[in-house]
Design a protein around this ligand. Structure first.
Ligand code: NAP
Length: 290
């Protein structure tokens, strides 16, 4: 039987409806959630991502500010803008679109963002909270993947999850979230021999590599949940993931499509993090001594 589709667009719609309700309640109480998006340079893919994020804010009652800068922006100027947004009470989330031009140091830029406004979840504080199992702002893409897995009804406790890819933004936090959900986790990367052997044993398989055809149908355990994070272009210009979708669908129990799987969920979790950050700021504003 072919795999059931995990529809990221439909799940996003459901979650965004709730996010919109929460944003509106906060706005009524005088704490409208606000997101600042910083774009440096003219990378066309980044421009599309940023536009989609700003549009999603408008559609769900969040205030947003888009700050665009030329590619030759100095690091000092960028850090000053972040400091100003850190101090701006109408802004609860700050996102600097990556990749940055090469002369800018992404680590210093991320470190400059107030951890309470780190809605991308990329700061060392957010990473530390995730490692320690503490509440905090989680990286949007793996957090969205967790929601997609949850939507299948699979209980993760005791399941074997295999994550292919170990980037700080996707693979590593993904593995930690699965671990926190009591899965037994294997992480594969470019130095892992025989990835197929690990993949074939996975009840949940997450591919986050950025290389089409990384996961073939013969690498999937029958009935597995397959989450395809990869975004690649075929030679004829179409979008595809890391997983051979047609072949994997014959074996898997559940599978995400590309596009329409992880992508929409990433923006949804960004909205969710921004609303969470605004709610936390509202609570903290009411504490005595503030
Ligand atoms: P990344 O930083 O380039 O990391 C890729 C990871 O894949 C690395 O850990 C690398 O291993 C591993 N890898 C590379 N070649 C491999 C191979 N042949 N076998 C096994 N592992 C291999 O990429 P990323 O930022 O994590 O993103 C991964 C993919 O997800 C990209 O296609 C990206 O566009 C996509 N993405 C999608 C969304 C979304 O919203 N849908 C969001 C973020 C990213 P090493 O560490 O050993 O080099």
């Amino acid at each position: 039987m072919p795999a059931q589709l995990i529809d990221g667009v439909a799940l996003s719609r459901r979650l965004r409806s709730d996010i919109g309700t929460r944003a509106s309640a906060l706005a009524t109480a005088g704490h409208r959630p606000g997101l600042a998006v910083i774009l440096v340079g003219d990378d066309p893919a980044s421009a599309v991502y940023v536009r989609n994020k700003v549009r999603a804010c408008a559609e769900h009652g969040l205030h947003s500010v888009l700050e665009k800068f030329d590619a030759d922006l100095s690091q000092q100027h960028l850090l000053e803008r972040i400091a100003a947004l850190n101090a701006d009470p109408t802004i609860h989330g700050i996102l600097v679109q990556m990749p940055l031009p090469r002369h800018l140091d992404p680590q210093r830029v991320i470190a400059a963002i107030d951890p309470h406004k780190d809605v991308d979840g990329f700061s060392t504080q957010s990473a530390g909270e995730l490692v320690s199992g503490l509440p905090g702002l989680r990286p949007c893409t793996p957090w969205g993947c967790m929601k997609l897995i949850e939507s299948t009804g699979m209980a993760l406790r005791g399941q074997h999850a295999v994550v292919i890819g170990r980037s700080n933004t996707v693979g590593k936090p993904m593995a930690l979230m699965l671990l926190q959900a009591h899965a037994t986790v294997t992480i594969c990367h470019s130095a892992t021999p025989d990835i197929a052997r690990h993949a074939r044993d996975a009840d949940v398989l997450v591919a986050a590599v950025g290389r089409a055809g990384t996961v073939g149908g013969n690498m999937i355990k029958p009935g597995a949940v397959v989450i395809d994070v990869g975004i690649n272009r075929t030679t004829d210009g179409r979008l595809c993931g890391d997983v051979d979708f047609a072949a994997a669908s014959e074996v898997a129990g559940w599978i995400t499509p590309v596009p329409g799987g992880v992508g929409p969920m990433t923006i949804t979790m960004l909205l969710s993090n921004t609303v969470d950050a605004a709610a936390a700021a509202a609570v903290s504003a009411q504490l005595p001594g503030r």
